[in-house]
Ligand binder design. Structure first.
Ligand code: ACO
Length: 364
C-alpha cells in the first residue's frame, strides 16, 4: 500500500462504515433527516416515543410495532431493576454511574429488548440521582410521556406541558445522527453478535468523551468562567491562543451550521425567551464564531448541537452533571435501531486495518 504515513491519527473521514435508512447527515448543506423527516419537522410533529418506534420499524420492517404506552410499562419494569442496580453505583457519579448501570441491566436479546433498554435509561439516571441526593427514588408514572416522566422523576414534581415539550424536542433532535462515534461503537460491538446491552454500554462509553457527548456541561463551565460581557472576546482569544477547543463549536461532518443547533435554539426561545442567560449566550456564540472564522478561514467551524443543548437543559433546571447521561436518553433510540438494522441486513463483522509504521524485526 502506497499511502503516506504521516503520523497524524486517522479519523476515517468520508469512509462509509454502514448502509442505513435511519438518518442522513448532509454536512455540506446542513441537512439532517431522521426517520424520513427533516430534523426541523421531526421535533415539531413527533414525540420521542414515536420517533424511536419509527426508527425501529425502518431498521427492521418485520419487527413488531411499539405503541407509546409500552414505554411507560417498560419504565415501570426497569424501576425494579434500578432499585437493585443503582445503590452501589452512586459513588461513581452520574456519568460513570450510568455506564456501570447499563452494563448491569438484565435485558435479554429479543423482540422487546430495544424498547426495554430505551425505557430503562431515564429510570437509571433518575434513580442514581435521587440516591445521590439522599431522596427516595420516584417510581415512574407509566401514564406520562417519556420526557415528562423523566423530568418528574428527576425534579420530584410533574413538569409544565411547555417543559415536557421542550425536553421531548431535545430527545427527538438527538435520537440519531448517522455514523457518529457512539453509533459506530454500537455497530462494531453489534457486529460481533454480542448482546444489545453490551452494544449500548459500549456506545455510551464513546458518547461520554468531551469531543462527543461530554461537551454540553463544559459549555456552561465556559460561560461561567467568562463571567461577564466585557470578558467574552479576551477570554475566547486567550483560550484559542492556548490551543484549547471551544466546547459547542465545530463538527466532523457539518461544513455549515449544525441544523440541530437551530432546532434547539427555537425550543429554548419558546421555553425561556429573553432571559439574561440567553442574551449572554448569544453574544458568546457570535464572538466564538467570529474568532474561529478568523483563525481557521479554511475550515468552517460553527455552532454545534451541544451549545444549545447546554442552554436548554439548564433552562429546564437540570444539573450540568447530568447532561451527558441525558444525551444518552435520546441517542439510545438510534443505537438500538442501528443494532437492529445491522442484524436485519445480515451485517458482517466490522474489522478495519491499521497501517503499521513500527519497527520491522529484520531492522531491529
Ligand atoms: N475550537 C477551537 N478549534 C477547533 C474547534 C473548536 N471547537 N474545533 C475544531 N477546531 C480546530 C482544530 O483544533 C483543528 O485545528 P488544527 O488543524 O490547527 O489542529 C481544526 O479546527 C480542524 O479541526 P477538525 O479536523 O475539523 O476537527 P475534528 O473533525 O477532528 O473534530 C470536533 C470535530 C471533535 C467536534 C471538534 O470540532 C471539537 O473538538 N469541538 C469541540 C467539542 C464539541 O463541541 N464536541 C461536540 C461535537 S457534537 C457531538 O458530538 C454531538
Amino acid at each position: 500500500m502506497n499511502m503516506p504515513l504521516t503520523g497524524r491519527s486517522i479519523g476515517l473521514d468520508g469512509i462509509p462504515a454502514a448502509v442505513t435508512a435511519l438518518s442522513l447527515v448532509d454536512g455540506e448543506n446542513g441537512v439532517l433527516v431522521i426517520a424520513g423527516l427533516s430534523v426541523e419537522r421531526l421535533a415539531e410533529t413527533l414525540t420521542f416515543e414515536a420517533v424511536a418506534a419509527g426508527l425501529w420499524r425502518i431498521a427492521d420492517p418485520r419487527a413488531e410495532a411499539v405503541e407509546p404506552a409500552t414505554f411507560g410499562r417498560l419504565r415501570a419494569a426497569a424501576f425494579e431493576q434500578a432499585l437493585h442496580i443503582c445503590p452501589s453505583l452512586v459513588r461513581l457519579g452520574p456519568v460513570d454511574g450510568l455506564r456501570a448501570a447499563l452494563a448491569a441491566l438484565d435485558i435479554a436479546d429479543g423482540p422487546s429488548a430495544a424498547a426495554a433498554i430505551v425505557a430503562a435509561v431515564p429510570v437509571l439516571i433518575a434513580t442514581l440521582e435521587a440516591l445521590r441526593a439522599g431522596r427516595a427514588p420516584l417510581a415512574p408514572d407509566p401514564a406520562l410521556g417519556h420526557a415528562a416522566d423523566m423530568l418528574r422523576m428527576l425534579r420530584g414534581a410533574p413538569p409544565s406541558p411547555a417543559e415536557a415539550r421542550a425536553l421531548d424536542a431535545y430527545l427527538t433532535t438527538v435520537s440519531d445522527h448517522g455514523m457518529n462515534a457512539s453509533t459506530f461503537a454500537c455497530r462494531v460491538v453489534t457486529a460481533t453478535r454480542a448482546s444489545l446491552v453490551s452494544a449500548v454500554t459500549a456506545a455510551y462509553g464513546a458518547l461520554s468523551g468531551p469531543l462527543h457527548g461530554g461537551a454540553p456541561g463544559p459549555v456552561l463551565d465556559m460561560m461561567d468562567e467568562i463571567g461577564d460581557r466585557t470578558a467574552i472576546a479576551p477570554w475566547i482569544a486567550a483560550a484559542l491562543e492556548r490551543g484549547e477547543r471551544l466546547m459547542g463549536f465545530g463538527h466532523r461532518i457539518y461544513r455549515t451550521r449544525d441544523p440541530r443547533a437551530d432546532v434547539l435554539k427555537a425550543a429554548l426561545e419558546r421555553l425561556a425567551p429573553a432571559t439574561p442567560r440567553l442574551a449572554f449566550a448569544l453574544e458568546v456564540e457570535r464572538e466564538a464564531r467570529a474568532q474561529l472564522k478568523a483563525r481557521h478561514p479554511e475550515r468552517p467551524l460553527d455552532t454545534n448541537v451541544e451549545f444549545y443543548t447546554a442552554l436548554l437543559l439548564d433552562a429546564l433546571g437540570l444539573p450540568r452533571a447530568l447532561f451527558t447521561p441525558l444525551f444518552a436518553v435520546g441517542r439510545v433510540a438510534g443505537w438500538t435501531a442501528h443494532a437492529m438494522e445491522h442484524h436485519a441486513r445480515a451485517g458482517r463483522l466490522i474489522r478495519p486495518e491499521a497501517l503499521y509504521d513500527g519497527a520491522r524485526p529484520e531492522a531491529a
